[in-house]
Write a protein that binds this ligand. Sequence first.
Ligand code: ADP
Ligand code: MG
Length: 670
Amino acid sequence: MVGGLAGDDLELEFAFLLPVPSSERSSSAQVVAAPLASSPLPRPTSACAAPMEALRTRQMQPTLEEALAAHTSYPVERGTDSSQGIPQLVSNISACQVIAEAIRTTLGPRGMDKLLVDSRGKATISNDGATILKLLDVVHPAAKTLVDIAKSQDAEVGDGTTSVTLLAAEFLKQVKPYVEEGLHPQIIIRAFRTATQLAVNKIKEIAVTVKKEDKVEQRKLLEKCAVTALSSKLISQQKAFFAKMVVDAVVMLDDMLQLKMIGIKKVQGGALEESQLVAGVAFKKTFSYAGFEMQPKKYHNPKIALLNVELELKAEKDNAEVRVHTVKDYQAIVDAEWDILYDKLEKIHHSGAKVVLSKLPIGDVATQYFADRDMFCAGRVPEEDLKRTMMFSEAVRVIKVKGEVGYPVQRAVGTVPESSMGIGLETRRQEVCWSGVSLHYWMILPSCAPQACGGSIQTSVNALTPDVLGRCQVFEETQIGGERYNFFTGCPKAKTCTIILRGGAEQFMEETERSLHDAIMIVRRAIKNDSVVAGGGAIEMELSKYLRDYSRTIPGKQQLLIGAYAKALEIIPRQLCDNAGFDATNILNKLRARHAQGGVWYGVDINNEDIADNFEAFVWEPAMVRINALTAASEAACLIVSVDETIKNPRSTVDAPPAVGRGRGRGRLH
Ligand code: ADP
Ligand code: MG
């Protein structure tokens, strides 16, 4: 029985497919603590006066935090309570400006990067709005909203994080005069909702769809979108090279296009162009014992055993107290341990597996045993690699207790003892409240579903039947730079691939990984949603013109507000120009004139300080990115203008300076 799954009292069924929330992008794990907390300057204790004084006397660049505190206080006259009504609104809007100020310069192909240093001295270089904002420990409650929309844009579409933050801040900036004059926030919100709706419809109307059936055309589209996403990154010099690699990687996946099926490995050293895409799984050679070097390093069509079993002599004296009186008794205990281990090893050997991978350690005795039998083994294989080797599917299987088949899932109750949960099954215990009674059931994430190499992870060696063993055409251990890598290629069911990045500094490679992530997300988006718009401010200028024209047809305050919205959209081309050192006013004038004449796709030409038809210049972006950015930015702006009071728990002001990093990501193992 495979881990008790086929047990009599259990029925397995794919009850429904639930997308498991995609895990955070891998690079975020490296983000550990807030950089500002480590700032050498003391944190301001009171929200108002001190920071301004500090800025005046110190004559140095303010930290973001000081700027935030200063900005939030200056529009309000001294002595006024800023925690209510219009002063509160104005102060929140100013706080958001500070956030936008912090990432403004990173937008676009000529954008600058930020070097962030956290409290442990870990440096991160990034151009990605979401990454930067995540690393800034923003405490201001309203400003945090902007951080959240950047994060949501990152999770939803992966790119456009800087744009979304800038847009939201600019929307607010444009309506600030109206707020100060006492215009009711609800009127602003209504105007914003209308404008967003109109803008989204307009994007859908003018977006260009490329036929999916035409594979050549589709590939061209995907590459163009990837190139645009990469052109604002540190690796923009190699954008064509990486765009091709990213598209190759994404088209290798199955229809679900799961992000985690693309493994990204970084090997320091070598040139960026030496990065390669492996159609299969590759991971770094794990820790090994003596005897390892005697094992063969290449197989054709090997069977692969994927285990979650420790193949080591257990030092039982650590775990239990055993009293023995004679040497013979002691010998018996030692023999028993060896017997247990040999029994396991023999079973693995007899299963016909040539490559043995385990999540748990494989000790020296086992290593030697496998070496003697021409087998290869690797212990302590990282879980995600092991899973990718068997291509973990994200579908969720629900286990049901017999007799309840066919019940809706909430009623698929019954606690299945952990011991019978089976081998290689990822389980999630869920509590459901049904008819007022709280019950538990187990969701099984089927790591036992079809995999890259076809096997499944076993927690015991007693059922190593051929169907649980994986297979691949070639297994090989090769040298990449200074590291040894295990490659599994030619997998029959391969729907997974690995990108091996080469390059210099660690921070550089981390940023490369983040940039590739953006490009991969964009390509996935473009596959699912094959309509594109031109970037470089073209779409924003067109929307701006459209909304300005529309606003002229309506009377009253709405006209002014929609006009303000239209003006705010110009921030994208304006910032692209500013960052490239162009004369923004001049270029924007040209753009406005061109769009008025019907040049829909005219945007900033970043190479010639001019305007150009960016559709023909192939600066393409999936329409989804822009739609999402606009809706998220306008929602955030609405949210911020709808807050007219901050009520603080007195304790939160007393212990104002939060502990460094507030435990976020602390002690996290990488
Ligand atoms: P985000 O985090 O918003 O994606 P980026 O720094 O990636 O920010 O910049 C994206 C902006 O740069 C988009 O508005 C995009 O249209 C623009 N852009 C990208 N490539 C080009 C290019 N070759 N010419 C002009 N604009 C470009
Ligand atoms: Mg981008």
